[in-house]
Design a binder for this molecule. Structure first.
Ligand SMILES: Nc1ncnc2c1ncn2[C@@H]1O[C@H](COP(=O)(O)OP(=O)(O)OP(=O)(O)O)[C@@H](O)[C@H]1O
Length: 303
């Protein structure tokens, strides 16, 4: 379990993380979403104790992570796939990491196998593609078989097969009861990867809830209506404050009224309803809308 309370990090005049409180539970994949510069990487570094917070605190399994011995047994992380010594072979890199964390050398071979890099074990990392480096970074995170795993933009550079593989791996790690926290700036990447979301904008929390709840928060929820009595219904709904658009197929898209209210107004004006379908905004729309608001808010603040 990861718990952040009022976590804050300032770099001079820049507040990268601003009073962030959230919990990441074990057993599910949690997506950590926010536009570029929202503060995701900074938060992950604070969780791992690589940077100290300016205010607030964050714990991993109830303890501050900084200074915990044999860190890789407690939490594994892929922060920056490029942050590796290009002259080393994959196996040498992982063996060094294992030894410095008091882990058996054989773990290097096991995790290389697990991430599909066994055949490249003796190749120099400098020649690896970004996708291969991502796999190597994931292997490093898995080395200590830890209960908590953090991944910063792990889908970058992976081909479609790689993306499918990573999603399957994250699900399996969560099913094993681990805490899996995965950052991305793209909602579409998280849509099929995460069950829970922590969404931030400008270092502040925007939402911490399930993907399903997040999707239903899109304020642009609308209702599609089909009726043979368009004139009567449109004037009744407009009078009640709805916005109505007529679609090419003759149906109406109504925003600003709940389906139940539309049905009541239809009955009151004697309009027959052939269809009444609530439509949620897509996850991408919900994300764009909520984060756009945070950016506007942030921009307003600095004026
Ligand atoms: N070491 C640092 N010194 C100064 N400013 C920093 C430092 N690290 C991060 N920042 C600033 O903090 C803010 C948050 O950056 P961060 O990298 O955490 O965001 P992010 O959500 O991970 O973005 P991205 O998706 O682009 O990686 C940015 O404005 C960034 O410029």
């Amino acid at each position: 379990m990861i718990e952040a309370k009022e976590l804050t990090k300032r770099y001079g005049a820049v507040t990268a993380v601003d009073g962030l409180s959230f919990t990441v539970r074990p057993g599910v994949v949690t997506g950590f979403l926010g536009p570029n510069g929202a503060g995701k990487s900074t938060t992950l570094r604070l969780i791992l104790g690589l940077n100290g917070p300016t205010g607030g605190a964050v714990t991993v399994g109830g303890h501050r992570f900084a200074g915990r011995p044999r860190g890789l047994r407690r939490a594994g992380a892929l922060l920056d796939a490029h942050d590796v010594h290009g002259g080393r072979t994959a196996r040498a890199h992982l063996t060094a990491l294992a030894v410095s964390n008091g882990l058996p050398r054989r773990r290097a071979g096991e995790v290389l196998e697990e991430v599909g890099l066994a055949a490249a074990a003796h190749r120099r990392i400098g020649r690896f593609s970004l996708g291969m480096k991502q796999r190597l970074g994931i292997a490093g995170a898995l080395l200590g078989d830890p209960p908590v795993l953090l991944f910063d933009e792990p889908l970058n550079g992976l081909d479609p097969d790689g993306v499918l593989w990573v999603r399957g791996l994250f699900r399996r790690l969560a099913d094993e009861g681990r805490t899996v926290f995965v950052s991305s700036h793209l909602m579409r990447e998280m849509e099929q990867t995460a069950e829970e979301l922590v969404v931030i904008g400008r270092g502040r929390l925007i939402a911490a809830e399930s993907l399903t709840d997040f999707a239903s928060r899109g304020t642009r929820r609308s209702v599609v209506v089909r009726t043979p009595d368009g004139t009567a219904l449109v004037s009744a709904l407009t009078a009640a404050g709805a916005e109505i658009a007529r679609e090419r197929d003759g149906r109406y898209t109504v925003t600003g009224l709940e389906p139940r209210r539309i049905a009541e107004l239809a009955r009151a004006c004697g309009a027959l309803l052939d269809e009444l379908t609530p439509v949620s905004a897509s996850l991408e729309e919900a994300f764009m809308e909520l984060t756009a608001r945070s950016v506007e808010y942030g921009a307003g603040e600095t004026r």
